[in-house]
Design a protein around this ligand. Structure first.
Ligand code: SF4
Length: 262
């Protein structure tokens, strides 16, 4: 059984948005140190297979006025139920399984279909795009080599930050970005939002068992995290606010399939 963890969908959204913005900014600073070749107009990686947290979906929705939300609803409705990548476990569930020597189930449904937010090969939601879109970099032109190539330590950092982003949204959801947007918009439109059922393809976030850091990248990642954790977010540091948000989520162990599997 997946997704039975308690959820508090509207909990601490402004604080979560502030944490996300800080993490995105520090990641951008870090990425600027590498000779990545990604540039406006190259969009081979922009497909419908985007995985994200509910807080990231809400961060985007929060930027839209009512008419723009209506237009988005109409735009995304045809995507409802269509095949695309959907996760079987969250990043932190995957880390827990790997750390206990178990093989996590593979995500399913990857399709080569352009992201609906791609317009003339540019991202139309660039400022509010999800973390996964901000971390997909390459040292070589993907459309020439047919695959992206990133420094191994940067890939490890991306994995760790995916776990951290799940922690920011404890008591929230994880899934395909389009499924999350459709669910939250459906909920907004309902006369009784609490009666809108969370679809099976959306999973419950959980706390990181530990960060999955390969020994050879430990120094690099710990230095990055130390920098991030000290960043000011309002009158607190990133770490202080993160701990406060996690504490308030009051989520204990998941009642997900993980409890049966571990
Ligand atoms: S949201 Fe933007 S950056 Fe992300 S896949 Fe879609 S078009 Fe690309």
């Amino acid at each position: 059984m997946i997704g039975l963890m308690p959820v508090k969908l509207d909990y601490a959204l402004p604080q979560k948005f502030a944490l996300l913005e800080t993490l995105y900014r520090v990641l951008e600073e870090e990425a600027s140190r590498y000779p990545f070749v990604c540039e406006a107009g190259c969009a081979d990686c922009c497909t419908v297979n985007l995985l994200a947290t509910g807080a990231e979906a809400r961060y985007f929705l929060d930027s839209l006025e009512r008419p723009a939300r209506e237009a988005l609803w109409e735009k995304l409705l045809p995507y409802k139920g269509k095949r695309r990548l959907r996760p079987r476990v969250t990043p932190n569930e995957m880390a827990a399984l790997l750390m206990s020597g178990k093989e996590p189930p593979a995500d399913e449904g990857f399709v080569f279909e352009p992201c609906p937010f791609l317009k003339d090969n540019l991202c139309s939601i660039y400022e509010r795009r999800a973390f996964i879109c901000r971390t997909f970099f390459s040292l070589k032109k993907c459309h020439e080599t047919k695959e992206a190539e990133a420094p191994p330590e940067f890939l490890s950092l991306s994995t760790v930050l995916t776990q951290l982003i799940e922690e920011i949204d404890l008591a929230g959801l994880y899934g395909n970005f389009l499924d999350l947007l459709l669910f939250f918009m459906e909920r907004e439109r309902a006369s009784s939002p609490e009666e809108v059922i969370i679809p099976d393809e959306l999973l419950s976030n959980r706390e990181a068992p530990d960060f999955a850091i390969p020994p050879q990248h430990e120094r690099y990642i710990r230095q990055f995290l130390a920098r991030l954790y000290r960043e000011p977010v309002g009158d607190k540091t990133f770490k202080e606010l993160l701990d406060e948000v996690k504490e308030g989520a009051q989520v204990k162990e998941a009642l997900s399939f993980l409890g049966e599997a571990l």
